[in-house]
Write a protein that binds this ligand. Structure first.
Ligand code: ATP
Length: 249
């Protein structure tokens, strides 16, 4: 038995574990009630994708790792769902690519910001950004625009899992290289991303870390080649085809 009262070989184990973590996140004040709805939407898309990392999602995760390794200042944006689902994996990725972790909430409250920062620290994060909120993303209303001047505002590459479409567009308009993880390829956030990753964050984050470790000794030229050969349109089309038609190739 594991952290849920279900054996690990249960066919719905991962899905049940995910629900359990999100419920716990709500109970601890980390995840918002809106986060429960986002979780439900995500589950439906994941079911249609076959609940596995597709070859095109894997290619996107490899391109994401190359972007992160080439970055001057990469930042991983953390919201209430991601913090509840995969805190250890976020901390590991931040270490592997030398990125900052920044709490960045759509429904921002001081309590939830603190709860998420504490939760990340409990899982090994040393420095958690987002609490200063001393800079703004242009083009967004006050609360939703808040970021740290030495965090997301200054970043050249940002990973935004489950980001709201408006904010994803505003970050792209600031010229940032945006890596979006979202199970819905038709959502505005992956549509605006430099690298759209249509995969569950639970699988995507550790797989980006695995690729980053594989590429640790690659030259900048090799990393640029991976970045340039990634085709974002093909990745989005591939995911949509798989969801709509169950097309597995
Ligand atoms: P947009 O404004 O970009 O269209 P949206 O309204 O579709 O956004 P929300 O309703 O906020 O977005 O839903 C959150 C998104 O997060 C959904 O697209 C859902 O598929 C995705 N999502 C939920 N859980 C996960 C997960 N574990 N991994 C990846 N994506 C997820």
């Amino acid at each position: 038995m594991s952290e849920v009262e279900v054996p690990e070989d249960h066919p719905r184990y991962e899905s049940l574990l995910t629900r359990h973590r999100i419920e716990e996140g709500v109970a601890k004040g980390i995840t918002s009630q809106q986060g429960l709805i986002a979780q439900g939407r995500g589950e439906a898309f994941d079911y249609l994708l076959g609940e596995e990392t597709t070859p095109s999602a894997d290619a996107a995760e490899r391109a994401a790792s190359a972007h992160l390794l080439l970055a001057e200042h990469p930042v991983l944006s953390v919201n209430g769902n991601v913090a509840a689902l995969c805190p250890d994996e976020l901390v590991e990725l931040a270490e592997a690519v030398d990125a900052d972790l920044e709490v960045n909430l759509f429904n921002r409250t001081a309590e939830r910001m603190e709860a998420i920062a504490d939760h990340l620290r409990e899982h090994g994060a040393e420095d958690v950004k987002g609490l200063n909120a001393d800079a703004r993303i242009p083009g967004l209303s006050h609360e939703r625009a808040k970021v740290d001047a030495d965090g997301i505002h200054d970043a050249d590459v940002v990973v935004v899992p489950l980001e709201d479409g408006d904010r994803a567009e505003a970050l792209a308009a600031m010229g940032k290289t945006e890596i979006v993880i979202d199970l819905n390829p038709m959502s505005r956030s992956p549509q605006t991303a430099t690298v759209p990753i249509v995969d569950n964050v639970l699988r995507a984050i550790p797989n980006i870390t695995r690729h980053a470790r594989d590429l640790a000794d690659a030259t900048d030229a090799e990393l640029r080649e991976i970045v340039e050969s990634f085709d974002r349109e093909a990745a989005l089309e591939d995911a949509e085809r798989r969801i709509r038609r169950g097309d597995w190739d």
